[in-house]
Design a protein around this ligand. Structure first.
Ligand code: PPS
Length: 285
């Protein structure tokens, strides 16, 4: 049952397989560093893709010696794929990671530890058209045992609209991040613009974080992080599970599942929540 798989923390649901109320409580003690690279994205907005891109962009800056040191430190720590994952001790262990740490989260800003904002660490917020995010999330919930599946798309759509799913409402998430959109340490980038021109997108990201790379680096990284390349790599390591993480990788897949009424309902909700905001302008709706 869904209630066995999710827990509620400050009114928002999270998966028990990955996190716990104690972990989210311990997160308050997380000490951000000014050179941390923080990547934020609601589930299914392309977080893994962005993470891979940024890791490659950052790696191009490291010497081989530094790279080895980084990889070893991460191994010792065990996985911390998302800031909100793991046991409550994870934040103490994360202190052992050498700079720059690349930290990924699906959390809203009001759930993040204050030190992230106080430290002046740069935060890259990834957004995606909520319609495509919803369709992607629907398939993910049905394919991933750790998340409750829906009996139908219509049921999932209702939960997505009401925020009755892991990590809560995408609309509230966007409203919360919109409050920070003028912050000089924050940049927003969309899934759609990364799809349209990954090189231009990566150049924006590199200049935001202060990574200097040459033209060849960008071309090489664009190839390495293409949907096809990432899916193939993932299938090598995860077998069929690769297909769950790398499903379609396109813009506009919402058309497969949305009814006309659902399309109108979500548009209304989007307008009510975000109409006229800078965040709305960032989203290719
Ligand atoms: S997760 O599990 O919440 O962290 O998912 P997340 O990584 O945020 O989002 C998954 C969607 O991103 C697509 N994806 C990509 N698109 C384009 N290029 C690349 N390289 C890429 N990698 C992942 C992935 O296929 C999911 O979207 P859908 O629409 O389901 O295909």
């Amino acid at each position: 049952a869904p209630e066995d798989m999710l827990f509620s923390y400050r009114g928002i649901l999270y998966p028990l397989t990955f996190s716990s109320p104690d972990t989210l409580e311990a997160l308050k003690s997380f000490e951000a560093r000014s050179d941390d690279v923080i990547l934020v994205g609601y589930p299914k907005s392309g977080t893994n893709w962005l993470e891979q891109m940024v890791k490659e962009l950052a790696d191009a800056k490291y010497t081989e010696e530094e790279m080895k040191e980084r990889i070893n430190a991460e191994k010792k720590l065990e996985t911390f794929q998302r800031l909100e994952f793991g046991d409550p001790g994870i934040y103490e262990r994360m202190k052992q990671l050498p700079s720059r740490r690349i930290i990924v989260t699906h959390l809203r800003p009001d759930l993040l530890p204050p030190s992230i904002f106080q430290s002046k660490a740069k935060i890259l917020v990834l957004v995606r058209n909520p319609k495509d995010s919803a369709v992607s999330y629907y398939h993910f919930c049905n394919d991933l045992p750790a998340l409750p599946s829906s009996t139908s798309w219509d049921e999932f759509f209702a939960d997505f609209m009401n925020g009755k799913l892991a990590w809560g409402s995408y609309f509230d998430y966007l409203v919360e991040w919109n409050k920070y959109i003028d912050n000089e340490t924050i940049m927003t980038i969309s899934y759609e613009e990364l799809k349209e021109d990954p090189i231009v997108g990566m150049k924006k990201i590199a200049s935001f974080f202060g990574f200097s790379l040459c033209e060849e680096d960008f071309l090489r990284i664009a190839k390495k992080t293409s949907f096809k390349a990432m899916k193939e790599k993932s299938n090598e390591t995860h077998g069929k599970f690769g297909d769950v993480l790398f499903r379609k990788g396109v813009v506009g897949n919402w058309r497969d599942l949305f009814s006309k009424a659902q399309n109108e309902e979500m548009f209304r909700k989007f307008q009510e929540s975000l109409g006229g905001t800078k965040m709305a302008a960032k989203i290719k709706y």
